[in-house]
Design a binder for this molecule. Sequence first.
Ligand code: ACO
Length: 377
Amino acid sequence: MSEAPTYSPGLAGVIAGESAISCIDVERNKLNMRGYDLVDLTEGGASFEEVAYLLLHDDLPNAGQLAAFCDALTVERHLPDPVVQMINAAPKSAHPMALLRTAVSSLGYCDIEAEDNSHEANVRKAVRLLAKVPLAIAAGHRNAQGLEPVEPRDDLGLAANLLYMLRGDDPQPYAVDAMNVSLILYSEHGYNASTFAARVAASTLADMHAAITVGVATLGGPLHGGANEAAMEMMLEIGTPDNARAWVMDALESKRKIMGFGHREYKSGDSRVPAMKQAGQLVLEATGEDRWRQIAEIAEETMLSEKGIFPNLDLPCAYTYYGLDIPIPLFTPIFVASRVSGWAAHVIEQQDNNRLIRPNHNYTGPVGRTFKPVDQR
Ligand code: ACO
């Protein structure tokens, strides 16, 4: 008789598939991305475009390949009219993540290869999404603020262009560097909730845009990508470094989750945090505003001493984006602009060697009830 499969709540520790894209090396506390240590990529000065290429094409590009990839992204820097109309018609109060989720879905019905799930078409659709998601974020933001849209610039890389389109002025080099590092660190992270959800959708042979829409929807929750916004709201609520320890102690006492802390896989620290803190430092030095980092550090000391729980990437990212003057509701959409690269790589990998993802569950409901017609109940 075969043994009954074991059940793990939240699928913790369950091997749900195979992937050659990335893995968390828990022992060495590193993120291995197609064989490269992610931190080597940020420290070595890689651009987000190089990392996106690595995810979509299995290896880093040479100079010619990178130039061609960047050109392809630049050529796609425009939004179809129906998507622009949808964004402009949305209520100004719409959360940017809700708007972006709808924009990604609408990009699907405007894409000429929407229903072609071949490897080549999937890569082309991924490039179009990578190019257009930052435009959708900026268009939604400018419209909600009652501002004129800012046309993208061909001479700027993805990080610089995103900042430029949000604000309408030339971003400072420190801002571009910090944004670039955050985009690299957010780009891919194995079988996390949104990636897994995107793979489930892709495994039904739903198309790339459908799967990425699922990814956006899943990322938005505060236990996942939405935590970067929630972490900043928390730091604002704390207000001053003097208040930080007592605030965290009170929150723990009342069993509140402290946003930007904890991780399903990392139990001795998120491997991406040191690189993000370093990038955040560039912003603090340039702006002279250190309050939010100080609050984060005190929260970190308190969480470590009281619970042994480390911060995750969302904590330093939150105060870095805040220091860059990025409105809080755009923090998670910017995470999307990056994670599109990882999701797309997973959709491609899933569909290149597909089997429907369809797990089982333990039934915990009643059995054997007798049906009675409605007038007898
Ligand atoms: N604040 C307070 N307590 C926490 C936190 C936290 N942030 N994270 C974990 N814990 C506690 C839990 O309460 C639990 O304690 P208990 O055993 O006494 O009940 C224990 O640590 C284990 O926590 P789980 O929730 O079981 O851990 P899980 O792996 O299921 O959840 C998660 C991981 C969802 C990330 C969790 O740590 C959390 O909610 N963090 C806050 C939200 C957050 O920052 N999310 C971003 C994740 S990273 C990313 O998406 C980029």
